[in-house]
Design a binder for this molecule. Structure first.
Ligand code: ZN
Length: 85
């Protein structure tokens, strides 16, 4: 389901808040992912920091890229997770 479909549907505020939160998080994870597009082979399985736009704004983000996904932690708000697979 794309964003237009979500907006076009008659969701109530409860639903809207849910989808907006998911959308913000997806954009933040995409920004982190984009920042990692140019990493070198020897940077995999190494913990380092990048700057990316997280849900809390521009922040330093710790990343640990693995072949199957990227572990991350925002140093501003503390949220951590795994991107992709
Ligand atoms: Zn954050």
């Amino acid at each position: 389901m794309n964003k237009e479909e979500i907006v076009a549907d008659e969701h109530n505020d409860y639903d809207q808040e849910f989808f907006q939160a998911v959308d913000r998080n997806t954009r933040a994870e995409q920004a982190i992912f984009d920042a990692l597009l140019s990493i070198q082979d020897d940077e995999y399985y190494t913990l380092f920091e990048i700057e990316a736009e997280h849900t809390c704004g521009w922040a330093r983000v710790q990343v640990f890229p693995e072949r199957s996904g990227t572990l991350y932690r925002c140093l501003n708000c503390g949220v951590a997770g795994i991107i992709g697979g």
